[in-house]
Design a binder for this molecule. Structure first.
Ligand code: PRP
Ligand code: URA
Length: 242
C-alpha cells in the first residue's frame, strides 16, 4: 500500500469492508493456516480489563505492557536453541542459548507498550521502530518514520516480531511486514492483541509466509474501520490523547 496514487486510493476504497464489501466471519478467519489465537487465562483476564471503557489511560498502558510480556512468552515458545557449554560454580554443563538475535519491531504509537513487555521478557532484543498512522479518511496507512538500517548491519538475527495491538483492515500490518522484508528481517512473525477477521484474511493473503499470533479474533469492523467489540483507539487510550 506504500506510495499509492490518489486514483489507486480511490479504487482501493471500494474494496474496504465498510464500503460495501462483505466481511469474513470469525470462523473463516480462525480456519486460516498460520494463525494462532493464544489461549491463556491471564491473557484473557487482562485483555478484558484493557477493553473495558472505564479503564483509565495509566492502567491501560500498564496492561498493554503486561500483555506484551505474556504474548512474548507465548510467541517465543518455538525459538531455536543451541548448546551452550558453561561452568556453574560446581561443575561443567551444556546449557542452551538462543541461536541468534531477536528483533522486535513495534509500530508507533500503539505497539510501544507491547514492545516494553517484550523487552522485559528479553532485554537483549534489538528494537526496530516503525512509525505508521492510519489516515482516518481513506483508512490507508501513512509511513512517517523508520529505523531499520541496523537490520542490514552484522548480527545473526533469527526471529523478528512485528508488534501492533490492533489488526483492523490489515493495511498497516501489510505495509510494515513489506518494509521489514525489504530490510531483510529474518524469521518474521506478527503479534497483535486483537484482530478483525477482515484484517487477518488480508494479511494472510499478502504475507502467507508470516505466522500471526493474536490474543483474540473479534467480530467485525464498523463503518469507521474500528474493530468491534474491540477496545477503541489503542494509541489514544495508551497515551491519553483521546
Ligand atoms: C492503529 C493500530 C494499527 C492500525 C490498525 O494505529 O495501532 O497500527 O491502527 O489499523 P489497520 O489494520 O486498519 O491498518 P493508528 O493509525 O491509530 O496510529 P496510533 O497508534 O499512532 O494511534
Ligand atoms: N486502530 C485502533 O486503535 N483501534 C481499532 O479498532 C482499529 C484501528
Amino acid at each position: 500500500m506504500i506510495g499509492k496514487t490518489e486514483q489507486q486510493d480511490g479504487e482501493a476504497n471500494h474494496t474496504l469492508p465498510m464500503r460495501g464489501v462483505a466481511q469474513p466471519s470469525r470462523e473463516e478467519a480462525l480456519a486460516l493456516s498460520g494463525v494462532r489465537v493464544v489461549s491463556h487465562p491471564l491473557i484473557a483476564h487482562k485483555l478484558t480489563a484493557l477493553r473495558d471503557r472505564t479503564t483509565p489511560p495509566e492502567r491501560f498502558a500498564t496492561l498493554t505492557r503486561e500483555l506484551g510480556a505474556l504474548m512474548a512468552y507465548e510467541a517465543m515458545a518455538d525459538l531455536e536453541l543451541e548448546p551452550a557449554p558453561i561452568e556453574t560454580p560446581l561443575e561443567s554443563m551444556i546449557g542452551a542459548r538462543l541461536t541468534g538475535e531477536v528483533v522486535i519491531a513495534p509500530v508507533l504509537r500503539a505497539g510501544l507498550g507491547m514492545a516494553e513487555g517484550f523487552r522485559q521478557t528479553l532485554p537483549e532484543a534489538r528494537v526496530a521502530h516503525i512509525g505508521l498512522r492510519r489516515d482516518e479518511t481513506t483508512l490507508h496507512p501513512v509511513a512517517y518514520y523508520q529505523n531499520l538500517e541496523h537490520l542490514q548491519r552484522g548480527g545473526r538475527i533469527h526471529a523478528s516480531f512485528m508488534l501492533d495491538p490492533m489488526l483492523a483492515t490489515g493495511g498497516s500490518a501489510i505495509d510494515t511486514l513489506a518494509l521489514l522484508k525489504r530490510y531483510g528481517a529474518r524469521g518474521l512473525r506478527l503479534v497483535s492483541l486483537i484482530a478483525a477477521p477482515y484484517g487477518l484474511m488480508a494479511v494472510r493473503r499478502e504475507h502467507p509466509d508470516v505466522p500471526i499470533i493474536v490474543a483474540a479474533v473479534d467480530d467485525h469492523l464498523d463503518e469507521r474501520g474500528y474493530i468491534c467489540p474491540g477496545l477503541g483507539d489503542a494509541g489514544d487510550r495508551q497515551f491519553n490523547t483521546l
